[in-house]
Design a protein around this ligand. Structure first.
Ligand code: ADP
Ligand code: MG
Length: 449
């Protein structure tokens, strides 16, 4: 992935985020085949198909794109929508057909080749590789667990991509358990659950991401159990990921837990400095920044300050790239440029939990969503206001660790069960939805200043 592409991924995440808040999710698919082709201090050029331009080149959509750009790059840059030179209508339709045929949901960019191995992930990588080389014949099921941002989804996709590349006959399917639940609900409503089940039963390798999300979803869990049982008995490979060891997943049935414990569980632990350092080197290289273009102490600095989660590292690279592309006419990234790029990310002198209170959190969430503090504490049930309120409640509990009762009081006398529901809802979303995860991290960042 080159630098523009990398930045554009973050912008697209933001666009999606805004579309969800504005309840315009259906528009997101128009961004599928778009590309950021140019970026300078004033303009971001986005190329799309002829049809795409008709939809995207409207003031209200461009406004959404502009504010997403601002969020990612912290600058006022305006988007320009252009058509790709080789576009025609037929091309669009062909692409669509191809996509349908290859619907294994695998992310092609996650492979074993670009997975850096270190003590923290060595065991997981080895087990994943063994499953990829001889599916169904080594560890079955394989469960990879660990905190977020440490490479579980990467390894899961690497298995699928490896199998696909080495054995075209094998049918691979990768699905997050959140999508699985959605598909099950949809299939039940449409009376197509049997078809869905037999579709899943026909795969050779089933990869399920974030299995902890099945917790409390009785019907989906039961269907998953049946599929699991069928695949397992037919010696098909199953690989699952989770944010915690299977035995600790709350609210799933014991028979499923027992089944899961028959396989191999491996964990990925926090990155050690050296692994973070190597990952950084690799990611920089993937973005076209060769060793000679960046001082070693910049890489050490980043590995030290952002290594708790690889997504932090990627965010740091993102900022650095933007600075080096646009703000400085420099060929070499040195520590002073890096410090300039990170100057508003105050990682050394956080404000500290005792200086925070519910009102500061409410204000941060209000600022983030462009709402007033009063709206957040109100009883309004408008979707974006209530989502913002739930996020503020979640953060109050998470950061301040005060009782649900107390939080209810602070939010205009709400019942503690309302607060618990809000907390659990957002907690689930953060674990299963990258966009929510990013929203929370972004707000937390503003709070640590
Ligand atoms: P998780 O699923 O555990 O939350 P991901 O697999 O989504 O984490 O990883 C987050 C990001 O970090 C991805 O872009 C991934 O490519 C990268 N990453 C994590 N671990 C490694 C590694 N060992 N080598 C290279 N990239 C990694
Ligand atoms: Mg993941």
């Amino acid at each position: 992935m080159d630098a523009l592409n990398f930045i554009y991924q973050q912008i697209k995440d933001e666009i999606n985020n805004i579309l969800i808040l504005e309840k315009k999710e259906e528009l997101f698919s128009y961004f599928d085949n778009t590309q950021l082709t140019q970026l300078n201090d004033n303009y971001a050029t986005i190329a799309t198909s002829y049809l795409g331009k008709i939809i995207l080149d409207k003031d209200d959509i461009k406004e959404i794109i502009n504010s997403a750009i601002k969020k990612v790059l912290k600058k006022d840059i305006l988007c320009k929508i252009v058509t790709t030179t080789n576009d025609d209508y037929a091309n669009d339709i062909n692409n669509e057909l191809i996509e349908k045929e290859l619907n294994d949901n695998l992310l092609p960019e996650f492979t074993f080749d670009n997975f850096v191995v270190g003590p923290s992930n060595k065991q997981a990588r080895m087990a994943a590789h063994a499953c990829a080389v001889s599916p169904g014949q080594s560890f079955n099921p394989l469960i990879i667990y660990g905190n977020s941002g440490l490479g579980k989804t990467h390894l899961l996709n690497a298995i699928g991509n490896y199998v696909k590349a080495h054995d075209k006959e094998k049918k691979v399917l990768c699905i997050s358990s959140m999508n699985f639940v959605n598909e099950v609900v949809k299939a039940i409503n449409n009376n197509t659950i049997e078809e869905y089940k037999s579709q899943l039963n026909s795969v050779d390798i089933l990869l399920v991401d974030d299995i902890q999300f099945l917790s409390g979803k009785r019907k989906s869990e039961e269907i998953f159990f049946n599929i699991y049982y069928e695949l397992f008995n037919n010696r098909k490979q199953i690989v699952l990921t989770s944010d915690r060891p299977p035995a600790e997943i709350k609210d799933i049935e014991n028979r499923l837990k027992t089944r899961l414990s028959q396989g191999l569980s491996v964990t990925i632990s926090s990155l050690e400095y050296e692994t973070a350092y190597q990952i950084l080197k690799l990611k920089l290289k993937m973005h076209g920044i060769e060793d000679g273009c960046i001082d070693d102490d910049v890489i050490s600095f980043m590995a030290t300050n952002f290594s708790s989660d690889v997504r932090n590292l990627e965010g740091a690279i993102n900022r650095l790239l933007f600075y080096s592309i646009n703000l400085f006419e420099t060929k070499k990234i040195d520590l002073s440029l890096a410090l300039e790029a990170f100057k508003d990310q105050d990682f050394t002198t956080g404000r500290g939990k005792d200086l925070l209170n519910v009102d500061i959190i409410v204000k941060a969430v209000a600022d983030y969503y462009n709402l007033t503090e009063k709206q957040i504490k109100s009883k309004s049930r408008t979707k974006n206001i209530s989502t913002a309120r739930h996020i503020a409640m979640y953060l109050s509990r998470k950061i301040l660790d005060i009782s649900y009762d107390k939080i209810g009081e602070e939010f205009g006398g709400k019942d503690h069960t309302t607060v618990i529901n809000a907390y659990e809802k957002i907690e689930n979303l953060v674990k299963t939805n990258e966009i929510y995860k990013k929203i929370i991290t972004d707000i937390e960042k503003t709070l640590s200043k």
